[in-house]
Design a protein around this ligand. Sequence first.
Ligand SMILES: [Zn+2]
Length: 96
Amino acid sequence: MLTKKGVDVSQLKPLICKILDALESMSKFRSLSELTITSTYEGKHCATSMYSHHLAFHIGLGPPPKNVYHVIRAALPLAYNVVLKADHIHIEHNPK
Ligand SMILES: [Zn+2]
């Protein structure tokens, strides 16, 4: 997994780092190696406060992203929101 230049992942909370680690190990076995973290707290945000808590990030993808979305959704506990957007996947820890 890659990180876009200028994106700071150092502030992400353990609950999110755990997910990044999981995606990283998944990417060794599935074709997820080109996943790129495109945004954490510094980027364009969706309507959620989770960025300011360092509990959200974006993964950018080349098309078509749907397979990857389903893989990630299936892999993460329900406490994590996984949202398929036009050009990225939004992931945050947001237990209801
Ligand atoms: Zn977002």
